[in-house]
Design a protein around this ligand. Sequence first.
Ligand SMILES: Nc1ncnc2c1ncn2[C@@H]1O[C@H](COP(=O)(O)OP(=O)(O)OP(=O)(O)O)[C@@H](O)[C@H]1O
Ligand SMILES: [Mg+2]
Length: 268
Amino acid sequence: MSNTPKLELREVSKSFPRASGAPLTVLDRIALSVPDQEFLVILGPSGCGKSTLLKIIDGTEPCTTGTVLLDGADVTGRPGTGRAMVFQGADLLPWQTALGNVMFGLILRGVPKAEARERAMRYLEMVGLTAFADSYPHQLSGGMQQRVGIARALAVEPELLLMDEPFGALDVQTRDLLQEELLRIWERDRKTVVFITHSIEEAIYLGDRIVVMGARPGRIETVLQVPFPRPRRESIRDEPEFRALRRQIWDQLKVGAQAAPDLAGAPA
Ligand SMILES: Nc1ncnc2c1ncn2[C@@H]1O[C@H](COP(=O)(O)OP(=O)(O)OP(=O)(O)O)[C@@H](O)[C@H]1O
Ligand SMILES: [Mg+2]
């Protein structure tokens, strides 16, 4: 096996032009190497550039300087079939059924209709939604919509799964349930995942490593290894080691957030 990482970011920086004054730098020379089959979680204060970074990895947002490598190949600024994104708000097509939404990306990628249908049903089954294949997004709960979003991303069988706070808008029970479900699905073939969250517990429960980012301009404060073996048990949340790691990350986030009044709760 080669040592080429699945994903590598080399000195990725991003600034947005402003109507007046200097450009706004939101990412400052991010360097990151993600091995194949890793579940990497990114935590950081609001506005530190997490979503921007994920879009840069996805290729839908250009970076100002730096390089994004997928399997060693330069994919900077170029979206491709190897990557799929799950957004916070599921972002489904309202005029398509659950099945139609999952099939959509496959059809776009040139998969013949019958095969797309069969594959979409398989992934809907994986997320427990077979009975709702013909329902429209507005007929589904938030958690179900999020499941469709996950099925849609998984169905294209991406090498790299990018998830931007996919469970952020859900209630705690649904969130816990979907975390477990995601791990169960992920255990099957362990595709490389980059997962963004605001929840420290979610980060520890899901991740192999946790990248803690600091406030603007976004930079990596620290990278932590999660020591718990897989498959993960729900009960690790009660272990002293889990609580100690949570405390350590929380302290790190506070340091990183000092320049981010939005996280500290102070007026912006
Ligand atoms: N298209 C854009 N044009 C100008 N500024 C932008 C644009 N997109 C993002 N920004 C700015 O970049 C910064 C980072 O935004 P981003 O959405 O990446 O943060 P985030 O870490 O995902 O925050 P949150 O945790 O709240 O989702 C913010 O200051 C935001 O205002
Ligand atoms: Mg974001």
